[in-house]
Ligand binder design. Structure first.
Ligand code: PLP
Length: 384
């Protein structure tokens, strides 16, 4: 928060808020759009429908400036790129990384180049990258092909790679855990999230681990990412760190197959990834937390996306619904104890993918612009 001239307190983004916990110098100017500080919404109607005695919260990352959690990572990655004198950023993307990179590059005065899989990105995300003036390169291949291309490109051209292999991305994304611990006054028992490239599950674990360390929990002070010393502990020592549960789409589920997948397929295009870049990190995070991975079908994903929108007023994109779809399955199977406090990351906004939303929903009715005709529909609907 920075005091402004009117003596109010304006939220100016997560770098200003958490600067002392990020690898940035004290005086660097943040390239920010006010990301972070997203709402932690307690589910009411869905919890009642499920008839289970747990508290479920969704951290709605769809309200970040470009509509996904990618902004948390991008503010730090682009701030660092500017500080290092870079003139351009590049990424491969299933859509949201390109939208975020394009916006933060615009804000920071950098050029942006984005590689996207032709025909497999949601319309809203494409519109964002184009609108912010990025050079959009559609490749005749999938995300994994794009990733391989930009990694080698960034080694030989004066561009900064801003995929989540860029460590500053994960540093920014870890702040979601800080916010949740502040909001709940503790870490949740379980944290559920969709997994694609697996940067975000890694970032969540870094964040929760740092919170635990700050809280003085010596038993969790060692962490694989920080000092190469993992305290592999399954029991929850661990009021301070949640069990991490990662969900993948059944057609793009390398963590469930325990091997890379060559032809990932799912309606949830944001997690249509067969070769996750943070493969080892994610396994470490899962193991250290005593967690697991499981998969959900496209049908479960879409049903849950609709359920959240209709029952809670939360409109997320398909990939984001995977976390709640998976949680519902695990609750039904009794894998999560009664009384648990659960947080699900709802990673992106539903407006990103209007085509899928329209396909899932009842079509509008068309009537003449007359009282009688409209009244008839109103009465039918109220009775329905
Ligand atoms: C990027 C993204 C994911 C997957 O996150 P990873 O860090 O790649 O595992 C999930 N949902 C949405 C909406 C995304 O944009």
């Amino acid at each position: 928060m920075t005091p402004n001239q009117n003596h109010g307190v304006r939220y100016t983004g997560l770098i200003d808020k958490y600067r002392d916990r990020l690898p940035l110098s004290a005086d660097v100017h943040a390239v920010s759009l006010g990301e972070g500080a997203t709402p932690l919404i307690k589910l009411q109607n869905v919890s009642r429908l499920l008839a289970v005695d747990v508290e479920i919260y969704v951290k709605f990352e769809g309200v970040n400036p470009t509509g996904s959690f990618k902004d948390r990572g991008m503010t730090v990655a682009v701030t660092k790129a500017v500080e290092q004198g870079s003139r351009a950023v590049i990424c491969a993307s299933t859509g949201n990384t390109s939208a975020s990179a394009a916006a933060y590059a615009a804000r920071g005065g950098l050029k942006a180049l984005v590689l996207i899989p032709e025909g497999n990105i949601a319309l809203g995300k494409l519109a964002q990258a184009m609108m912010h003036g990025a050079k959009v390169i559609q490749i005749q291949g999938n995300f994994d092909h794009g990733m391989a291309l930009v990694k080698s490109l960034a080694e030989n051209a004066p561009v900064t790679l801003v995929n989540s292999v860029n460590p500053y991305r994960l540093q920014g994304q870890k702040t979601i855990a800080f916010e949740i611990v502040e909001e709940l006054g503790r870490a949740p028992d379980y944290h559920c999230l969709p997994v694609g490239n697996a940067g975000n599950i890694t970032a969540h674990w870094i964040g929760y681990t740092e919170c635990a360390r700050n809280a003085g929990d010596e038993t969790t002070a060692a962490c694989g990412f920080c000092d190469g010393h993992c305290s592999l502990t399954r029991q929850r020592t661990i009021q301070h760190r949640p069990t991490l549960v990662g969900y993948q789409a059944a057609g793009a589920a390398p963590f469930i197959a325990n091997q890379f997948v060559d032809h990932p397929e799912t309606v949830a295009t944001a997690i249509r990834i067969g070769r996750p870049q943070s493969w080892e990190f994610a396994w470490t995070a899962s193991r250290e937390s005593g967690g697991w991975f499981s998969s959900v079908t496209d049908e479960q994903i879409l049903r849950t996306q609709k359920l959240l929108a209709e029952q809670e007023g939360v409109f997320c994109e398909p990939a984001s619904a995977a976390s709640i779809a998976g949680l519902i399955g695990d609750l039904e199977q009794g894998k999560i104890e009664e009384g648990s406090i659960i947080v699900c990351t709802v990673t992106g906004h539903g407006l990103k993918d209007p085509d899928t939303a329209i396909e899932l929903s009842a079509k509008p009715v068309t009537v003449p612009a007359q009282q009688d005709a409209v009244r008839k529909i109103v009465m039918e609907h109220l009775d329905g």
